[in-house]
Structure formats: C-alpha cells, structure tokens
Design a protein around this ligand. Structure first.
Ligand code: CA
Length: 233
C-alpha cells in the first residue's frame, strides 16, 4: 500500500481522486494548499504526490521546485495536475521536477495508471528483493538473514533497516532519511531511535563478524559499506 498525498483546492476533484485511490488500495492524505502540503510532507514523507498547479497562495509549480531543491524531498514522486494544456506549461511542469503531468479534465483511470507507472519507476528496489553483500544475505520472502550458512536473529525493525541499507549501499543516509524510509511514519519518533536500532543491528551482526559493514559517518548518519571496515565500529 502506498501513501499518496493529494494537493488540490477544488474539493470535488480532490474527493473524487481520493475515493478512487482508496478503492485502489492506497492510503490517501489531502491538502488544499501548498502550506498544508508542506506540513504533511514534513510530518510523513508520502510515496507519491498528486499536485495541482493552481493553488491559493503558493503555486504547485513553486512547491514542486522547492521539493526538488531539498535533499529530503528531492526524489519524491510528483504527478502534476493542471487546467493548462499548453506545451510551454507542460515543459515548465516537467522542468520543475514533476515526474508526470496530467491535464484537466482527466479520467481517474488515467490518473491511476500514471500513478502505478510512476511508483514502479521510482521503486526499483522491490521490497521482496533478496540482496547479498560481503557474505551477508537478506531474504525478505523468508525473512532470513544469512552469513555464509549461519542464520542471524534480527528484530523486525533491524531487519527492515538492514534490508534498506543493503539495497542502498555506499550511500550515506541521515537519521531523518532512515526514519522516512525504514519507519515510514516518524512523527513521534526521535532521531536517536535510529542510533538505538543501529546498535542492535550491529550486535545482531557481530556473531558473523559483519557489524563493521554498518559505518557511522560522523555528523551525518550511517552508511553500509560493500567491504567491512577493518575494525568494527
Ligand atoms: Ca486548483
């Protein structure tokens, strides 16, 4: 189930889209202005945003541009809605960072198809993907972590954290990014919660000598190295 934020000040359109998305199994949040939308995104990063161009106050276009300039929201999938159909507007929308663009009036089936396509493109790391690095193997379908043939015991959060880090190796993730991607809804979770779970994860990996794979990047966050550090962190 994906969390979709709909930013649209026309209630009839917002409700129609929301009903169809919920029917398709999505978790839907509504915002009627750029400010409300920003507050929703600050609280919980959605999987996708359906963003109307014409909003009271700040435009959807300006909001999309702002998201693209911010590290946390840079990759946030956005489908832009607009009454404008001119080529120049279409280009402006895509230039602002929209992943796709739909001109009103549109069919809800068309919007659902576009949403599916954008989500597929943006989530190549299938949640069920088995991943293996430096002798460590994570199997989401069986929920097993294997170091050579030895099975390691991980709690559910540590399992998700390890799987996320292993599907995004060598990249530094801030605590906030990890909360967004691993916990999903972090409204009431403090950033140091991440540190607690990273410690548990390292402890769980220690019997296999793999705890050094999870590196602390001082002042930034954490990274999973393809090769373990010489000394466990
Ligand atoms: Ca509007």
């Amino acid at each position: 189930m994906s969390r979709v934020l709909i930013v649209e000040d026309e209630v009839a359109i917002a409700e129609l889209v929301a009903i169809n998305l919920r029917h398709a199994g999505h978790d839907v949040v509504l915002a009627s202005s750029a400010e409300q939308a920003q507050a929703e995104v600050d609280a919980v990063l959605p999987d996708l945003v359906v963003l109307d161009w014409m909003l009271p106050g700040q435009s959807g276009l300006a909001l999309a541009r702002r998201w693209r300039a911010d590290a946390r929201t840079k990759a946030l999938p956005v489908i832009m809605l607009t009454a404008r159909g001119e080529e120049v507007d279409r280009i402006a929308g895509l230039d602002a960072g929209a992943d796709d663009y739909l001109v009103k009036p549109f069919s809800t089936q068309e919007l659902l198809a576009r949403i599916r396509a954008v989500l597929r493109r943006k989530a190549p790391e299938a949640l069920e993907q088995t991943v293996q690095i430096a002798g460590l193997r994570v199997e989401p379908d069986t929920r097993r972590v294997l170091a050579d043939q030895q099975e390691l015991k991980l709690g559910p959060t540590e399992f998700k954290l390890l799987h996320f880090l292993m599907t995004h190796p060598e990249r530094v993730h801030s605590r906030k990014q990890l909360l967004d991607r691993v916990w999903g809804d972090h409204v009431f979770i403090e950033e140091r919660t991440v540190d607690v779970h990273v410690k548990r994860l390292r402890d769980a990996l220690a019997p296999a000598g793999c705890s050094g794979l999870i590196e602390t990047v001082r002042g930034v966050g954490y990274r999973l190295a393809r090769q373990p550090a010489a000394m466990p962190a």
